[in-house]
Each structure stands twice: as structure tokens, then as C-alpha cells.
Design a protein around this ligand. Structure first.
Ligand code: CDP
Ligand code: CDP
Length: 269
């Protein structure tokens, strides 16, 4: 996976702006923040807002599973052909970039390029979501994507969201969040998004889709969706996006300070 050069520049500039506002001259500790949770719990929206507030890079690992799933669907590779799907993942190039202002207004949280072709919209269908969750049960596919996620997030200053970020991708992340919301609320949120795109699914259909994917994600053998023992559980059923993001920023600031003081103590010793 490649992170656009502009994105890296934006991350550095974001950090500098933050520091200037806070009157900080020394670069403070830049954390790795892992956000995991089931479909529709608010991971993408909240992670993106948290990253913007902190001047961190936002990375959506689910977009990578979706992009490979789209390619597999287009090539009509059956889900049972694990070797072919692993090979396909290895030869796939995925880039994540910031959305254009128009895409942002349309509710898109990042731009996704599959082998150079923009697939930002195509990967957001219910069909691709289901295919991604099936693809995500294949160990070989996960191995390739996890390695890319680790490469993309190395060095910290990153908010990455998915299903196994705190457990497998970054088990040493300084801050881990497990985002929850009731299944009905999550389905309602997704249903609203479909309505806005002119897709007429019933609320019950969306609830079934979300439940089916949750079950598969939680019960799969490799890297199932699970709360890491040291993850902070935030149930945002009755919380807004801004409220949730600011709570995470609060927790991040606490951890940054802890890391700064630990570093200073080491220097004095
Ligand atoms: O990434 P994930 O599937 O966990 O969820 P999302 O795509 O970030 O959020 C699904 C929808 O719920 C989006 O339209 C968000 O704007 C909305 N949302 C909300 O209304 N309240 C929240 N506290 C979190 C998300
Ligand atoms: O946005 P939503 O929560 O609906 O899904 P997503 O984050 O885009 O992920 C799509 C599918 O990819 C999930 O249902 C998971 O099966 C899989 N996934 C995963 O297994 N591990 C991740 N780190 C991220 C996504």
C-alpha cells in the first residue's frame, strides 16, 4: 500500500500546526492509535476526525480488504480458491489518499486507488462489503495486508481502524479503542447512508447484512474481531461523532504526556 506523498506532507504539516497552536517547540510523542469495532460502529468517521484533531495520519484497513474483494469479484475468482486470492492480493497495489473537498461533502472519508484506478465509490457497496468479509477469513490474504498496514503505520502519528489493529497489526499501540454501538443503531446509520446514495434497502435487510458480517468477523479462525485486553471500550450508541473523537483525543493526550515524561525520566537517569 502506498500513502500519497501529499498525505505524508499533510501529516507533517498537521503536526507542526498543532504544535504551533499549543506553543510546543519540541516534537511530542507521536502515538499509534488502534480503533477496532464492528460494522457501523463509527470507526471510519471517528478515526478520521481524531486524526485531523491530532494532526495524525488516518488509515482505513477495511478499505484494503474491500479493494482486493472488488478485484476478485471483477475477475470472478471463487472465494474457495484461497491460493488464487492470496496471489491476487500479493500482485495488487492499493493507495489511500485524502478525499477531495467534493468527496468529503459526499461523506467519503478517503480515496482509494486499486492498481492506479480510483475505486472510492465502488468499494462501498453491500456486495463488496460481504465479499470483503469472506476474503478476510483467508489467512494468506491477511498476512499480505497486515504486513502492508504495518509498513504504512510505522513511525507512529497514525490512527488506524479495522478489526484486528489492536490485537494483530499493532499489538503494542499506545492507545487502543474498541468502538461499539447497538446493532440496531449501527444498521440505522448504514441504512441512512444507503438512502442518501439512492439505494433502497429496507432497514431489516441492512440489519441482516450487518449481523451476518459481524458474526463472520467475530467467529473466523484467523484474527477474529475481538476487543484487546488493554483496549478502552467506548459504546457510542448515544454519542455523536465529535463527542467520541474528542474523548479519544483526551485519552491520546494523556498517553502522549505519559510517554513524554517517561522519555524525560530516562534522559535524567
Ligand atoms: O467505519 P464504521 O463501519 O465503523 O462506521 P462509519 O462508516 O464511520 O459510520 C457509519 C455511519 O454512522 C456514518 O454515516 C457516520 O456518520 C454515522 N455515525 C453517527 O451517526 N454517529 C456516531 N457516533 C458515529 C457514526
Ligand atoms: O466500514 P465497515 O465497518 O462496514 O467495514 P470495513 O471496515 O470497510 O471492512 C470490511 C470488511 O473487511 C469487514 O467486514 C471485515 O471482514 C474485513 N476487515 C478485516 O477483517 N480486518 C480489518 N482490519 C479491516 C476489515
Amino acid at each position: 500500500m502506498e500513502i500519497g506523498k501529499a498525505e505524508t506532507r499533510r501529516r507533517k504539516k498537521g503536526a507542526r500546526d498543532q504544535e504551533a497552536r499549543a506553543g510546543i517547540t519540541e516534537m511530542s510523542a507521536r502515538l499509534t492509535i488502534a480503533i477496532d469495532g464492528p460494522a457501523g460502529s463509527g470507526k471510519s468517521t471517528v478515526a478520521r476526525r481524531t486524526a485531523a484533531l491530532l494532526g495524525y495520519l488516518y488509515l482505513d484497513s477495511g478499505a484494503m480488504y474491500r479493494a482486493v474483494a472488488l478485484k476478485a469479484l471483477e475477475r470472478k475468482i471463487p472465494i474457495e480458491n484461497e491460493a488464487a486470492l492470496e496471489a491476487l492480493t500479493r500482485e495488487t497495489r492499493i493507495e489511500l489518499k485524502s478525499p477531495t473537498p467534493e468527496q468529503e461533502t459526499a461523506g467519503l472519508k478517503n480515496r482509494v486507488f486499486l492498481d492506479g484506478r480510483e475505486v472510492t465509490q465502488e468499494i462501498r457497496t453491500a456486495e463488496v462489503a460481504q465479499a470483503a468479509s469472506r476474503l478476510a477469513t483467508i489467512a494468506g490474504v491477511r498476512e499480505v495486508l497486515v504486513a502492508e498496514q504495518q509498513r504504512a503505520g510505522q513511525g507512529g502519528g497514525v490512527v488506524m481502524e479495522g478489526r484486528d489493529i489492536g490485537t494483530v497489526v499493532f499489538p503494542k499501540a499506545e492507545l487502543k479503542i474498541f468502538l461499539e454501538a447497538s446493532a440496531e443503531t449501527r444498521a440505522q446509520r448504514r441504512w441512512k447512508e444507503h438512502q442518501e446514495k439512492g439505494e433502497n434497502f429496507s432497514l431489516l435487510e441492512v440489519l441482516q447484512e450487518v449481523r451476518e458480517r459481524d458474526k463472520r468477523d467475530r467467529e473466523r479462525r484467523v484474527s477474529p474481531l475481538a476487543r484487546a485486553a488493554d483496549a478502552v471500550l467506548i459504546d457510542n450508541t448515544a454519542m455523536g461523532i465529535e463527542e467520541t473523537a474528542r474523548l479519544i483525543v483526551f485519552l491520546a493526550r494523556e498517553r502522549e504526556n505519559k510517554r513524554d515524561s517517561a522519555g524525560a525520566a530516562l534522559e535524567r537517569a
